[in-house]
Ligand binder design. Structure first.
Ligand code: ZN
Length: 118
């Protein structure tokens, strides 16, 4: 395990001024036996630590929120689709009076499925 050490304020000042380059300070748990420090160049300073674009906590949060938003939209879309199919099937059930078409409709509903993943 490598020791995580903050840069000194002087080092950070030089980095902000573009006088020096430092690597990302995120610890990466990888394919190797031990964790190591990310090798990419730092582009953001957060709370005295330097991060590359991938590990910048602000960007990490943004990516997570974007992902959650996408999932929520997909869920909502599935819910709307489910509601539409439910309404459609309900109307057809109500319009069915004879046994044979009713049985065929039941088969169709059973094979269509109504799980949340549909
Ligand atoms: Zn990094």
């Amino acid at each position: 395990m490598h020791d995580k050490k903050k840069h000194t304020e002087k080092e950070l000042e030089d980095w902000r001024a573009g006088k020096v380059r430092y690597g990302c300070q995120e610890t990466v748990f990888g394919e190797r036996m031990w964790d190591h420090q990310c090798q990419k160049g730092a582009t953001a300073e957060r709370n005295g630590w330097l991060y590359c674009k991938t590990h910048d906590p602000v960007r990490v949060n943004e990516r997570r929120e974007a992902r959650n938003k996408k999932w929520a939209e997909e869920r909502a879309q599935k819910e709307r689709k489910r509601a539409r199919r439910r309404t459609e099937f309900t109307k057809r059930v109500m319009a069915t009076t004879a046994e044979a078409p009713a049985a065929a409709l039941v088969d169709e509903i059973l094979s269509a499925g109504f799980g949340w993943w549909r």
